[in-house]
Design a protein around this ligand. Structure first.
Ligand code: ADP
Length: 464
């Protein structure tokens, strides 16, 4: 089976969140049983020298009254062929989607161009499956239908909150036939909605956990698309993400100054010493991620005065909403036991996962979430709100069933329940043996992409 897997970002070249992890780990897992090509844009900030790569094709794409020169470059890595798409408009940028907290004004055109580049290549190379991911590549499902390519298309929604909404005035420039600008297809409250193209035109649609697949059919989680998704629900499925367990491996992770030998507490202590968090006998709680309402960071930030009084250390890592970042900076200055690291720092994130005792994820919604799986792999107990992929991957430690994984799970995303859950974690901290048993249980769980890859392969087969 020949698969063209397309995404706007992939680790290690470009990453803004979980999509990049998945676009790296899933093709790698699929490559064990299929022929996989990963296609992604080349961006100026990448550490990839195009002149050193094989140039495999060059095309001119004409649409919206303009001609766009597009070149494809090949790189083989970890059994996966990667094709970088270069086109000046798409590629010559300092950032993926725009500088922090803003978006480039021509992202619609950039990713419409990328989507056309995908289809142009798929047309000449004859793939069985075109696997598209998120709004950046969603238009490719429409263009593939128009181009009558033989490949079946699968569209994966990694986060329904990001739909790619743009002004209708841009239709002509994007070269999209106005006949598609209607509610059944691309129109969404007077705007063009790229994500709808993926849902409407792909042969199959998935999202990244079974629970989220159900949740998005409801007004609470559907982001206005619940009715549209209901219409297409026959082709919608949830397949749980995994993580790259070679990359996130406490025994071999070369981003860690101290790798796991036998003793979990030595491993944690030794890594904590290199994070800049002062040495202490108190448990370390961490939050890593985008500082947005989705992640419930505002709930945590509102609790900082309470947290400061508890016998714990708390470290935050991430960027996001200005107000929250300022609040955390102030808290960092005020309290010795709370630290805030701003920015995106892969190395520090690994050290924090390794050093911490508890990872807190009060997400209001969570399509899948990778942090909790990474944390469990490093012997760090997750404290999570029961939603989406968190509900599928973390089960209350009091549950008797031996289902992977275990953590502290709370029902409602409120500051009150979150504080209660953190207090429960503190109580558990004193039951050292039980906590260690849970962590060891979680570390033995299989969070790899192997199972997900099997589910995707079965789905691809069913589409063919
Ligand atoms: P998202 O909704 O942002 O995609 P996921 O849980 O799916 O969230 O994936 C987040 C990924 O990004 C994880 O690998 C996490 O460790 C990483 N990550 C998030 N924020 C940061 C940060 N500030 N520094 C380093 N890694 C981060």
């Amino acid at each position: 089976m020949k698969i063209l897997f397309c995404a706007s970002e992939a680790w290690p070249w470009a990453k803004s969140g979980g999509l990049a992890d998945v676009a790296h780990a899933l093709p790698k897992a699929l490559a064990k049983s299929a022929e996989v090509t990963l296609m992604l844009p080349w961006y100026r900030f990448m550490q990839v020298d195009l002149s050193a790569l094989e140039r495999v094709a060059h095309v001119t794409l004409s649409f919206g009254g303009e001609d766009y020169a597009v070149t494809y470059y090949r790189l083989a890595r970890e059994g996966v062929e990667t094709l970088f798409v270069y086109s000046e408009l798409l590629s010559e940028r300092e950032h993926l989607y725009g500088p922090p907290s803003s978006a480039y004004g021509d992202n619609d055109l950039r990713f419409a161009l990328f989507s056309r580049a995908i289809v142009a290549f798929a047309k000449r190379e004859r793939y069985d499956i075109l696997h598209l991911n998120d709004w950046h590549t969603a238009l490719a499902a429409l263009f593939a239908t128009e181009a009558k390519i033989t490949a079946k298309t699968l569209f994966t929604i990694h986060n329904l909150a990001f739909q790619g909404l743009f002004s209708r005035e841009r239709l002509e420039l994007l070269g999209i036939d106005p006949k598609y600008f209607q509610m059944e297809v691309l129109e969404f409250y007077g705007k063009i909605n790229f994500l709808k193209a993926g849902i409407a035109f792909a042969d199959g649609v998935t999202t990244v956990s079974p629970t989220y697949a159900k949740e998005i059919l409801t007004p609470e989680f559907g982001c206005g698309l619940e009715g549209f998704l209901q219409k297409h629900r026959a082709k919608l499925r949830g397949i749980l993400n995994g993580i790259d367990t070679d990359f996130f491996d406490p025994k071999h992770d070369d981003m860690l100054p101290c790798r796991l030998k036998k003793d979990l507490s030595i491993f944690k202590q030794c890594n904590q010493e290199t994070t800049g968090i002062k040495k202490s006998d108190l448990p370390l709680f961490i939050f890593i991620g985008r500082m947005t309402a989705q992640k419930g960071i505002d709930l945590l930030a509102s609790l900082c005065d309470d947290l400061a009084k508890l016998p714990l250390n708390f470290a935050f890592l991430g960027d996001g909403e200005e107000g929250i970042m300022r609040q955390l900076e102030a808290v960092d200055r005020k309290y010795a036991n709370i630290r805030y690291f701003s920015g995106y720092d892969e190395v520090l994130s690994h050290r924090l996962y390794a050093a911490a005792d508890f990872l807190v994820m009060p997400s209001r919604f969570e399509p899948c979430g990778l942090n909790q799986m990474i944390a469990m792999r490093y012997g760090t107990l997750p404290v999570v709100h029961k939603t989406g992929g968190l509900a599928d991957t973390v089960h209350n430690i009091d549950d008797k069933e031996a289902v992977c994984g275990k953590g502290i799970v709370f029902e409602e995303a409120t500051a009150g329940q979150l504080l209660e859950a953190i207090r429960s974690a503190l109580a558990l901290w004193h039951e050292r043996e039980r906590l260690e048993r849970c962590n060891r249980f979680n570390m033995a769980c299989d969070f790899s992409f192997a199972k997900s890859a099997e589910a995707y392969l079965a789905l691809y087969r069913s589409l063919l």
